[in-house]
Design a protein around this ligand. Structure first.
Ligand code: NA7
Length: 536
């Protein structure tokens, strides 16, 4: 309304991963002029960067792919129930080619700053090379787990061998043959790496600070008959994902752990332990993640499995978590992970007993001794949820800085918008429903697309979350987190990262209600004409 049109783009999207690609597709379909800036040299986001050995899905491949194109579903064959990273990256490249997305993506372009201009009601986005572009809408598709963190251990640069963070893995294969290799970190990534390289290396030493509860993945190839069934069943399968708590194929069993006999409970756990995927985590008794006693029953069950699978009982005891219950951190799924510790060429070092003192030119020195290595692998995780936002200097209306605003934890409206940051929408930002992420991505992208369509139809050039809207959503997210055992432990889910200054206090940064409830709330906002936003 009387505002000079924005010169460069209607929308700029930061990131060409799963969210950015689909958002580009949708907005272009609307006839918008869109530009995507991507730091990597190609599409794929998480699946572009995380090339470490053994990187793969923990959710069923077919439940993870995009659902928006029937043709795409028909033509793409997933080879395994849980596809490996190379296959997923091929898939995302196929999507980019099929929908001709690359022509609007600028690669090797890291965004360093974004500034809102009140006069033009738009954003100026600045890249690392100093170039800048103007846009009406700014959409962040920068990922909840995309900013890797290295341990703050003295001497890291002194090491003379090769060293890699798992999320910055080289594009050329790493030769492990006969090598002495260290892995620091035993989260989902560490577990996948360790089980994959144990048989390739000369010697492997795993440095574990906190053991995690892990459960079998039970991966397998998809045969031709199953492939047919999967394709024929897509509509029902995606419908199911829309109904479940976190968009997985699995959803909590309606029974409580003590509503069945001891024998039935044991049989149920045994069945879940033998089943594919996240069932044992997401499809378990409804109270294992809220009730300490219920949780203890499944923790005890899995502890027994670990003792059975690991021959040396002293090692088995080290691998059993003591300070958190089963499933209260993200559950790593594994394939013969525990059996790795039965190998002669693998050692486990518990660094709570013998802390790492420093990295040396030759390897790693703990309080007990110095180890020599050819390769050190850092599987030390990410500055999760807000880390990618902290790395970009977002300056909103009146010069407000996002980093300052979120100092004590993120404050958002629906996990999508922030007060004083008009026309900026976040995909998979803090306070959104995570779970089976592509399902959440498709919903969020469609919601954002609907909002942009609404703005265009009504010639609106300024959309902003209100302070009341933000307060109410942030309070809601915090209230939903109360009583969840996962919010009482340290993990990336509670914003803890020992390697990042200022991230030693637990926060509630993720929406922990059900995905259907999240969608219902967002749908309601749209149905009411986005009246909860400040529109201009
Ligand atoms: P995670 O799950 O955050 O795991 C990181 C691991 O690295 C974890 O075992 C950490 O121990 C360990 N770590 C981190 N810093 C250090 C230092 N300084 N010294 C020793 N050990 C350290 O990251 P992942 O990459 O495995 O997985 C992230 C998500 O990506 C995953 O949940 C999936 O959703 C995909 P700690 O537990 O902090 O004691």
């Amino acid at each position: 309304k009387g505002v000079t049109p924005i010169p460069d783009y209607d929308a700029i999207i930061i990131g060409a991963g799963m969210s950015g690609l689909y958002q580009l597709y949708r907005l272009r379909e609307q006839g918008l002029r869109v530009r995507v800036f991507e730091a990597g040299t190609n599409v794929g986001g998480t699946w572009y960067w995380n090339r470490y050995p053994g990187a793969r899905f923990d959710s069923e491949s077919y439940s993870y792919g995009y659902s928006f194109s029937k043709e795409l579903l028909e033509e793409w064959d997933w080879s395994e129930h849980f596809a490996g990273q190379p296959e997923t990256l091929r898939y995302l490249n196929h999507v980019a080619d099929k929908f001709d997305l690359r022509r609007d993506i600028q690669f090797s372009s890291r965004v360093t700053a974004a500034t809102f201009n009140e006069d033009s009601r738009g954003w100026t986005v600045t890249l690392e090379d100093g170039s800048s572009f103007d846009t009406r809408f700014l959409i962040t598709a920068i990922g909840p787990l995309s900013t890797p963190t290295l341990p703050r251990i003295e001497g890291r640069d002194d090491f003379k061998g090769q060293s890699f963070h798992t999320a910055r893995w080289p594009h050329e294969p790493v030769d492990f043959k006969g090598k002495r290799v260290a892995v620091i970190g035993t989260g989902a990534t560490g577990v996948q790496t360790i089980q994959t390289i144990a048989g390739q290396v000369g010697h492997l030493t795993v440095f574990q600070r906190t053991p995690n509860w892990c459960a079998p993945l039970h991966n397998g190839k998809i045969d031709a008959e199953t492939q047919k069934q999967i394709k024929a069943g897509y509509p029902e399968m995606f419908a199911r994902c829309q109904e479940t708590f976190a968009c997985f194929l699995h959803t909590p069993d309606p029974r409580g752990a003590f509503e069945v006999s001891d024998k039935e409970r044991e049989a149920f756990y045994e069945k879940l332990y033998g089943e594919r995927g996240f069932g044992i985590w997401q499809g378990n008794f409804r109270d294992i993640l809220t009730d300490r006693k219920a949780n203890a029953t499944i923790s005890d069950f899995v502890a027994r499995k670990i003792r059975q699978r690991v021959k040396n009982q002293a090692v088995a005891e080290k691998l059993i978590p003591r300070n958190h219950g089963f499933g209260t951190r993200r559950l790593p799924l594994e394939t013969f992970y525990y059996e790795v510790y039965n190998r002669d060429n693998v050692d486990l070092v518990d660094i709570t007993e013998t802390p790492i003192e420093r990295i040396t030119a030759a390897g790693i020195k703990t309080s007990a001794r110095e180890y020599e290595f050819d390769i050190i692998i850092y599987a030390t995780g990410f500055d999760a949820l807000t880390g990618a936002f902290d790395k970009i200097d977002f300056k909103g209306a009146g010069g407000a800085r996002l980093k300052d605003k979120w100092k004590k934890g993120p404050e958002t409206y629906l996990g999508i918008m922030v007060h004083e940051f008009p026309n900026m929408m976040m995909l998979m930002g803090p306070h959104t429903a995570l779970g089976n992420i592509p399902r959440s991505i498709e919903y969020s992208v469609d919601w954002v697309t609907g909002l942009v369509r609404f703005a265009q139809a009504n010639q609106l050039t300024r959309l902003e979350a209100t302070p009341e809207g933000v307060e109410s959503w942030t309070d809601h997210v915090k209230a939903l987190g109360v009583g969840l055992l996962s919010n009482e432990v340290n993990s990336w889910m509670t914003g803890i990262n020992s390697n990042v200054e200022g991230k030693q206090t637990r926060i509630i940064a993720r929406y922990s209600g059900s995905a259907p409830a999240y969608r219902a709330r967002c749908d309601e906002v749209a149905a009411k004409g986005y009246a909860e936003l400040r529109l201009g």
